[in-house]
Design a binder for this molecule. Structure first.
Ligand code: GMT
Length: 381
């Protein structure tokens, strides 16, 4: 099939997922056209089946707000027509679903084709940004106008029905991880640099936004490091980063914490880590936690949103109420003080991550696509 993928090109989970999906589809012989404003960060391979179409937004002195959505819709029209796409798969509703609706109408008028649009909801497009009155009518409309809707967890599906008047069925297709890529042996030299005295290594990775509650990570780490020798790796960057660095100084743990910034080789960093902390206020899924589990890293997370659908309490890690820093710290200390317990849970985390392996999830998307193949473009598929 010829598939158009529209996503954010950044380090965020939705962009990562969409890019990995496109790469996997291309490996399976589909022709994949990425449409976005920058080369996606995980689009770091050459594959003859992958095309990248950059959306350019010309500036003009009149525009205080350059109309990205119009430029995106026009690029979609261009790619659909000139590359004869079979369907468009947009990731993150805002503004991708409404731009896709506009492109669909234009293509219909121009050459009579009804290009199928699949919208995958990722989380904040529903729970944080989408439900805001500023966007809600457009989000509701464009989700309802999609030919198929998927959500990355059962929780996100429920939240979508709760906040929006959605008339259609939402399919749950879980996020995935390439377990093979994350199943890496630790680089001893790297571990030596980070933890020369064999300290336990805790890790957090996010976009450092308020919803991630990164301050709870520091508070948990402060309790852990009083109980045992430990280091904390902070991966990613975002609005809270400076405040969090300051908090580390206030808690007197700054010497044990390393801020690594945005990183592409997460598998190398996770390979030396013992415990991943994700105390978020909300996660529709928590792709970063799944990647950690695939790298045999135990997860302590909040029980918000869809996190309980991937992190199994007492098996792959622990779940607590949002903000319950003391209980998170207690679990972390118990786990990190007992090497055989830690090894056992690491293995369980890995085994559970295998259930979300890319090989199990990609066919679910292909099956979904094939619904539209039969309906509209049977000859081309
Ligand atoms: O976590 C973020 O703020 C980034 C956001 C995104 O859209 O990139 O992540 C969302 O989508 C990911 C991929 O489906 C999920 O794993 C994250 O849980 C979800 N984030 C939230 O729901 C806060």
């Amino acid at each position: 099939m010829k598939i158009g993928i529209v996503c954010y090109p950044t380090f965020g989970g939705s962009g990562v997922l969409a890019t990995e999906l496109g790469k996997a589809l291309a490996d399976k012989g589909h022709q994949v056209h990425f449409i976005t404003y920058q080369q996606p960060v995980r689009l770091n391979v050459f594959n003859a089946n992958i095309f990248y179409h950059e959306v350019r937004v010309p500036t003009y002195p009149l525009f205080d707000y350059p109309p990205y959505e119009l430029a995106l819709a026009s690029t979609m029209v261009d790619v659909i027509i000139n590359h004869d796409l079979d369907l468009l798969h947009v990731h993150y509703a805002i503004p991708h679903a409404s731009a896709a609706y506009m492109a669909k109408q234009i293509v219909k008028q121009k050459n009579g084709r009804n290009i199928p649009v699949i919208t995958t909801l990722h989380g904040t497009d529903i729970t944080l940004v989408g439900k805001d009155k500023t966007y809600e009518p457009v989000v509701t409309f464009s989700i309802n106008e999609s030919d198929a809707i998927t959500a990355v967890s059962r929780n996100l599906k429920e939240e979508t029905y709760r906040y929006f008047d959605i008339k259609k069925e939402i399919d749950v297709i879980y996020n995935f991880v390439d377990v093979h890529r994350f199943d890496k042996k630790p680089l001893e030299a790297f571990r030596q640099v980070i933890a020369p005295d064999n300290e336990k290594i805790l890790i957090h990775a996010s976009n450092f936004r308020k919803v991630k509650r990164v301050d709870d990570v520091v508070k948990v780490f402060a309790q852990v490091s009083k109980a045992l020798p430990a280091k904390l790796l902070m991966v990613g960057d975002g609005p809270e980063r400076h405040a969090i660095e300051e908090l580390c100084r206030q808690y007197g743990v700054d010497a044990q914490v390393r801020f690594l910034g945005k990183q592409e080789q997460m598998e190398e960093i996770l390979a030396v880590s013992d415990l991943f902390l994700l105390p978020s206020e909300y996660e529709s899924f928590g792709l970063a936690a799944l990647e950690a589990m695939a790298a045999r890293v135990v997860v302590i997370s909040s029980n918000a949103g869809g996190l309980a659908e991937i992190n199994v309490h007492g098996s792959t890690g622990f779940l607590t109420q949002v903000g319950d820093v003391d209980t998170m710290s207690k679990y972390a200390i118990e786990l990190l003080s007992n090497n055989s317990y830690l090894a056992e849970m690491k293995e369980k985390a890995y085994q559970h991550a295998c259930q979300f392996d890319i090989s199990k999830i990609i066919p679910q998307y292909e099956k979904l696509y094939s619904r539209f193949c039969r309906m509209e473009t049977v000859k081309k598929c």
